[in-house]
Design a binder for this molecule. Structure first.
Ligand SMILES: [Zn+2]
Length: 509
């Protein structure tokens, strides 16, 4: 098998019993993938027809819970890998809940949730994390993180908390029912628990291969709950008012002890809270990689909401910090071009660059295009971002999720920047790659990442390029194509623009 390859639904079966529901009937093969822990060896996942969960078989529990022993993994994690936004979105749902004073994150990793809860929500927040990065995070962020396992000698074994979080831990443990009972016993009467885990339902051939591999985390994840099996397991542990929310590859359960928790929106984007926390982190953390990671996340959100003046300020701080760390010629075109070719592997890459470099150059390009109206400069940033994003996704599957998800947006904005600088033929070439999904034959899964609104937008811009080239009939066709596509919330106003452009092209014919 190759890196990044998935083999779906072989004819093999297993009679191993389901680690979730104990069902002993034959299980069908789901998918095979390379083991992250034993290079060159595959690992097989089977699906339980009784509870719809998936599990790895045979499976050996690893010594550590994640890729943290990989020397550069911690750097990757603080720079871009950690889902700080995910954790902030969840905890911010409880920010006005006056019944919460004490908070425990079980398997808190680096400790971002503990830090956010303590610093911004003013809770009495602690964590347990046996892995190496718990110690690193505790030191870097000044947190109380116990390196012992909960229930096996941690400082919090006999305490109970108003809110318990355990995010992406249960899929690593060897007895999930006991683990849930442990979480239940650490929750105060009247308190609540939030538990997140990857969703078995996401492991399907039509989904994006990198995200599927990240969901499987082959070698680390013993099993994946289905939504209904997770719900049943929480009730069995004693929780009441259980709600399991699912969004794509994630399950989030909210459960109460002796009382039902209120309904929350765990997947709602809590942008103000994210920005507030990134600003705190960027200013108040002494570690340069943590600061850079916070600065990058902040820049991204500010560009996305169109706050360009603030984004520019963050960019300037980040640029200076990166030049101090990696060399004053870091952002020159020559150096950036070499980077995409020279890194040998994941670890080596992290010595040469921040792991967020490809996305960073995209957001810098967006500033050049929208805030500076400098399309020539934008083209340069987008070209480097595209090269680096492409080499990222070839380098290590399941890590560079963000680079891969930006490939199509980079291509769209590169096309727009080319059009604005009068290079219409080149613009059309890039826009047509989107409209006809030209990357698809080479890497078919890239198609799964192409959002519909990017295609509609590319049709509008391609039509404008045709109009400028005085090819009115082609322009009219292109606007017509765009108009026949469904209108989407991401693209409010686009249909109206297309309608107007369509009548312009028609009138001029
Ligand atoms: Zn089962």
């Amino acid at each position: 098998m190759k890196q990044g390859e998935l083999i779906w639904r072989n004819n093999i079966t297993t009679s191993a019993s389901c680690p979730i529901c104990g069902d002993v009937r034959e299980k069908k093969h789901m998918v095979s993938v390379l083991n992250r822990l034993e290079r060159g060896k595959k690992i097989d996942f089977y699906v339980c027809s009784s509870c719809d969960s998936s599990f790895a078989y045979p499976f050996t529990y690893p010594k550590c819970y994640s890729d943290e022993e990989n020397p550069q993994y911690c750097k990757f994690y603080v720079e871009i890998g950690a889902g700080i936004d995910f954790i902030v979105n969840i905890l911010a749902q409880f920010k006005d809940d006056s019944s919460i004073n004490s908070y425990l994150d079980v398997g808190c990793g680096f400790g971002y949730s503990v830090d956010y809860a303590r610093r911004l929500l003013k809770w009495d927040a602690v964590g347990v994390e046996p892995g190496v990065y718990g110690r690193i995070g505790a030191k870097a962020l000044g947190l109380e993180i116990d390196p012992n396992i909960l229930g096996r000698g941690s400082a919090y074994d006999n305490r109970q908390f108003d809110l318990i979080l355990s995010s992406e831990v249960i899929e690593h443990v060897d007895n999930p029912d006991n683990y849930l009972k442990l979480l239940y016993s650490a929750t105060k009467s009247g308190g609540k628990a939030v538990i997140t885990t990857p969703a078995a339902e996401y492991v399907q051939p039509e989904n994006w291969v990198d995200q599927v591999i990240a969901t499987l985390s082959p070698g680390y994840h013993a099993f994946l709950y289905s939504q209904r099996a997770f719900d049943a397991a929480l009730q069995k542990a004693g929780f009441i008012g259980v709600i399991v929310y699912r969004h794509q590859d994630r399950l989030i359960a909210v459960a109460g002890k002796d009382c039902s928790p209120k309904i929350i929106n765990p997947f709602e984007k809590e942008l103000d809270e994210q920005i507030r926390y990134y600003k705190e982190l960027a200013v108040n953390s002494g570690d340069k990689n943590i600061c850079n990671g916070a600065g990058f996340r902040l820049l991204k959100e500010l560009v996305n909401i169109g706050d360009f003046p603030s984004a520019f300020q963050i960019w300037e701080d980040l640029r200076r910090a990166i030049e101090v760390q990696y060399g004053s010629d870091f952002f020159t075109n020559e150096r950036l071009f070499l980077l995409s070719k020279s890194a040998k592997d994941f670890d080596n890459y992290g010595l040469l660059v921040p792991y967020f470099i490809a996305p960073l150059l995209f957001y810098r390009g967006m500033l050049a295009l929208n805030a500076e109206a400098n399309s020539v400069l934008a083209i340069e940033f987008f070209a480097r971002a595209e090269d680096l994003a492409l080499s990222d996704i070839d380098r290590e599957h399941g890590y560079f999720i963000e680079s891969a998800s930006l490939l199509w947006p980079i291509k769209l904005h590169r096309g727009i920047a080319l059009l604005r600088s009068g290079r219409r033929q080149e613009a059309l070439q890039h826009l047509n790659e989107i409209i006809f999904a030209k990357l698809a034959p080479r890497q078919p899964w890239l198609r799964a990442l192409l959002p519909d609104y990017i295609v509609s937008r590319a049709m509008k811009e391609a039509g404008v390029a045709q109009l400028q080239l005085s090819r009115r009939s082609e322009a009219k066709d292109m606007f017509g194509r765009g108009l026949r596509r469904p209108e989407e919330s991401e693209n409010k106003g686009l249909h109206e623009e297309l309608r107007q452009l369509f009548s312009v092209a028609t009138a001029e014919l």
